[in-house]
Write a protein that binds this ligand. Structure first.
Ligand code: PRX
Length: 645
């Protein structure tokens, strides 16, 4: 029984593209003129509603301090119906998830019908394990289809998932379990990446040891590796899911019901659980996915991100599946078994749209063109990048070598908070400039501001803000709305502050210059300097530490740690690394350690990070006036101790 309206677009299998700049301007003008009408149209066209919304935005950035704003508040839907059920008639036999495992050629294909059945079975099993609407489930897995199945099964029950990237440590996992009060963790025995085993179950066990809320651990069996087992708590996926019914009556939820919580790093040590809601998030990711990439019915769309990050949520799982696309999931790494892996997969699977991070592009460019050129890339049409600024050289290599000079490049700027792409070229409409994220999406209104909040007009450089709400934005921080308001809306009352610096050129194109807060972006992974500092100072020999980013040729930014030793103590960099690995995760590596006699501080005791950043960047000659420091001599000592590598 179909209980929702199947949108006209899905019946016809048509997606209206923005094919040129005039059309882009027309659509933008509509969105400026009446944002509510524009976004309601998008929501109606793209999603399968049980009850279609009649209301657009409720609330504003000015009133956000009084409570979260909302979109489509009278709409009712189930996200998994929009991602699965709505496609069954028109594309039941189309491949929904095309997966390639760690070993080349280890391939699985799940059609929309098969994926629907798997999600229903999993939802039935999770319901029997006690998971109900509004409750939280942690997903701590590698890149296997079951990770997406688990996300969709939670959504089908109206439960709220929180995916934790498989590289995070037991400490980090435990913090997230506790913060959102999850009762279940969905994990796997081990993850496979580049021939290595990631001990996901063992790490889950360690995290659960300090997490009394956890009742059940559902374990997908990826390998034959033996894992420790807690009777009564641990349950094998195949034992409870495989025998379940392949149908499940989805639980309808209000548009503003939380779909997921995703933790991200900010300026303080404690990650924030950003809350995304069902209706607005799905409408926005569906719209941006179809528009930015010029999605066509027969595309093979491949995003190389991990579902543990927002890119995996929005542009591997939710956006593509809402659009009935074939979405690729990749378990391994770009250099396994060799540096040609991406292009080998492009050739074997006929990939048409390829989306990755600048750090991967730079790393592969450094390994030589021959790895690219020996594979046929003639199917490629659109190439995307995300996660960090792309330098023009890497952009050109992507365009010339990978794309053979004939593909559209879309440099997509966005954040965990924005839910989906906010500033980006639209293929093929927007003329590109290497290194620029170009123009805002229709319905997104950026402004550049001074630190005082004044709007800068015309060509300018300033703080990037977004001035009007959009459906895909995070609504709040889980359990701490005040923190949401003070992080994003205190700097410029009435506007959302992104944390990024940005330049706008004479053509109105945006060039993101990077974070202006204490967040660093290492290989597209967003990390708080405070998280590193708190791990480093937990090492006994350390008295004080300050961490800053510095330009790194492959990673974009590297991690530079200034460390003050306790009296009569020696610092062992390995101990610092071990602390970061244990408290944050395997992806938290320090690139350089400099032991210093003290940190530059103001007389009131504030560490002058600006000075430390300049020294780490090798720009000590630009320090300016340091005479207001409590102990200016410290700066000379740090400068003298700096060695470029
Ligand atoms: O600094 C910007 C950078 O990544 C930050 C957001 O990180 P995260 O929430 O982890 O989301 C990453 C994937 C969307 C931004 O504040 N960033 C992201 N995309 C770009 C970018 N910087 C420049 N250009 C981009 N295309």
């Amino acid at each position: 029984m179909t209980t929702f309206d199947v949108p006209a677009r899905v019946r016809e299998g048509a997606i209206t593209p923005i094919s040129d700049l005039d059309r882009y301007r027309e659509v933008c003008a509509r969105a400026v003129h009446d944002p509510d009408a524009f976004w309601l149209d998008v929501a109606h066209q793209r999603l399968a509603w049980r009850k279609a919304p009649t209301v657009g935005l409720d609330g504003s950035f000015r009133t956000i301090k009084d409570g979260p704003l909302s979109w489509f508040s009278d709409g009712v839907l189930n996200v998994s119906e929009s991602c699965l059920d709505q496609h069954l008639d028109a594309r039941g036999d189309k491949v929904a998830i095309l997966w390639e495992g760690d070993e080349p050629g280890d391939v699985r294909r799940l059609t929309y019908r098969e994926l629907h059945a798997e999600v229903c079975k999993t939802a039935n099993a999770l319901a029997k394990l006690g998971l109900q609407k509004g409750e939280r489930a942690i997903i701590y897995m590698g890149m296997v289809p079951e990770a997406a199945i688990a996300m969709l099964a939670c959504a089908r029950l109206g439960a709220i998932h929180s995916v934790v990237f498989g590289g995070f440590s037991a400490d980090a996992l435990r913090d997230r379990i506790r913060d959102c009060g999850a009762e279940i963790v969905i994990t796997q025995d081990v993850g496979l990446r580049g021939g290595r085993h990631i001990p996901l179950k063992a790490t889950t066990d360690e995290a659960c040891a300090g997490s009394p809320s956890i009742q059940k651990v559902l374990v997908y069996k990826r390998t034959d590796v033996e894992v420790a087992w807690t009777e009564g708590r641990d349950v094998w996926w195949h034992e409870v899911v495989d025998g379940e019914s392949p149908t499940h009556e989805a639980v309808p939820v209000e548009a503003e019901h939380p779909l997921f919580v995703l933790y991200t790093s900010g300026s303080t040590g404690r990650p924030k659980g950003l809350v995304h809601t069902a209706g607005g998030y799905l409408a926005y990711t569906s719209y941006t996915h179809a528009t930015v990439f010029d999605l066509r019915e027969d595309d093979v769309y491949a995003c190389m991100a991990d579902v543990g990050w927002i890119t995996g949520h929005s542009y591997i799982v939710y956006g593509p599946l809402a659009n009935g696309a074939t979405t690729f999931m990749f378990e391994s790494v770009p250099t396994y078994p060799d540096a040609g892996r991406y292009w080998d997969m492009v050739a074997r699977h006929g990939v048409t749209i390829f989306y990755t991070a600048p750090t991967a592009i730079r790393a592969l460019a450094a390994l030589g063109d021959e790895h690219v050129k020996k594979h046929d890339r003639s199917t490629l049409r659109v190439l995307g990048t995300v996660g960090e600024p792309i330098n023009p050289e890497a952009w050109r290599w992507y365009y010339d070598v990978v794309g053979e000079g004939r593909c559209n490049i879309v440099d997509t700027w966005w954040q965990t908070e924005t839910g989906g792409v906010a500033i980006s070229p639209i293929a093929p409409a927007t003329p590109t400039k290497p290194g620029s994220a170009t123009l805002p999406m229709p319905g997104i209104f950026p402004s550049l501001r001074t630190p005082e909040g004044d709007v800068l007009r015309g060509p300018a450089e300033g703080l990037l803000c977004l001035d009007h709400p959009w459906p895909g934005q995070a609504r709040t921080v889980w359990g701490d709305h005040e923190r949401f308001v003070s992080t994003y809306f205190a700097m410029v009352p009435g506007a959302y502050f992104t944390g990024d610096g940005c330049r706008r050129d004479a053509d109105g194109y945006y060039w993101i210059t990077g974070r202006v807060d204490d967040v660093i972006n290492v290989s597209g992974h967003r990390m708080g300097t405070a998280e590193f500092e708190s791990a480093i100072v937990s090492v006994e020999e350390v008295a004080e530490a300050a961490v800053v980013g510095f330009p790194h040729p492959i990673k974009g930014q590297g991690v530079y740690a200034y460390v003050v030793a306790q009296p009569r103590s020696e610092i062992d960099p390995k101990a610092l690394d071990a602390a970061c690995r244990a408290q944050i995760g395997a992806h938290a590596k320090i690139d350089r350690v400099q032991v210093v006699p003290g940190l530059p501080k103001t007389r009131s005791g504030k560490v002058m990070r600006r000075i430390l950043r300049k020294i780490a960047e090798g720009r000590a000659d630009e320090l300016g006036d340091v005479s207001t420091l409590a102990d200016p001599g410290v700066v000379d000592a740090i400068r003298d101790g700096y060695r470029a590598e």
